[in-house]
Design a protein around this ligand. Structure first.
Ligand code: GLP
Length: 240
């Protein structure tokens, strides 16, 4: 794991977007794994800027996303599909048919099977971007006695519901379940870019940097197993 220390969120976003942009420039058919949450927004803004400056072309880029809330319509502004369209896909020349976010409505068992099949066909991503939960979750793989390898329907912890309630009118509006990629699929990438910004992530970052074991109760610890992982953190997340 390569630790990349940044002064602030701006620098973190630039470091992350440089990695992703280089991958796209090296391979116009790049396959990207993308993430939601507030942390990668700056990275997406930088990619949009590079596209607007004529420095990036998304025409043949393909994407998969890590997760989606259960029971929220794609048109709902809180859905992760909406987030991706709003922050990136609608702002660049990507073919929306080449973008994939789990479909988390209706028959969820079918959606899980479909997403697993999609991930298998999609194959290894050139890069996977990932934020972290304050409790050390990655995608929506929450601390537990056992973690999933592949896509599954997951219960969100009270901590995550509270953390994510800042995006909703009230805590009660936050979905209690999500569909999430499992760890084997989340890590099926040549390069893993993990981002942590702000004080709320400090405890998780500190625990990660001091941990000597892999622990299902701390899913973030598993990133240490990836052969090419960048942990990009800003000063607040690093120092507290
Ligand atoms: C959600 C997502 C995670 C994300 C986390 C952190 O729980 N499922 O993928 O990493 O939020 O979000 P933020 O970046 O807003 O702190």
């Amino acid at each position: 794991m390569k630790l990349v220390l940044c002064k602030n969120y701006e620098e973190l976003s630039k470091k992350a977007s440089d990695i992703v942009a280089t991958i796209i420039r090296d391979n116009p058919n790049a396959k990207l794994g993308l993430a939601t949450g507030s942390t990668p927004i700056g990275l997406y803004q930088n990619l949009v800027k590079e596209y607007n400056d004529g420095k990036l072309d998304f025409k043949n880029v393909k994407t998969v996303n890590l997760d989606e809330y259960v029971g929220i319509d794609a048109k709902n502004t809180q859905s992760y599909r909406y987030f991706m369209d709003f922050n990136l896909f609608d702002r660049v020349n990507i073919d929306k048919n080449n973008t994939n976010v789990p479909f988390a409505q209706g028959n969820l068992e079918e959606s899980v099977k479909d997403y697993d099949k999609l991930l298998e066909d999609f194959g290894q991503r050139d890069v996977q971007v990932m934020g972290i939960g304050a409790n050390g979750h990655i995608a929506f793989n929450e601390p537990d006695t056992k973690l999933n390898m592949h896509t599954s329907i997951v219960d969100l912890t009270e901590e995550t519901i509270i953390a994510n309630s800042r995006f909703f009118d009230s805590k009660e509006d936050v979905p209690k379940k999500a569909i999430s990629m499992g760890l084997a699929d989340a890590f099926n990438c040549k390069t893993l870019v993990v981002l942590a910004s702000g004080l709320s992530k400090h405890d998780a970052v500190e625990k990660l940097l001091n941990t000597t074991k892999i622990d299902t109760q701390f899913p973030l610890s598993f990133i240490t197993l990836h052969p090419n992982c960048y942990l990009i953190v800003d000063e607040e997340a690093y120092k507290g």
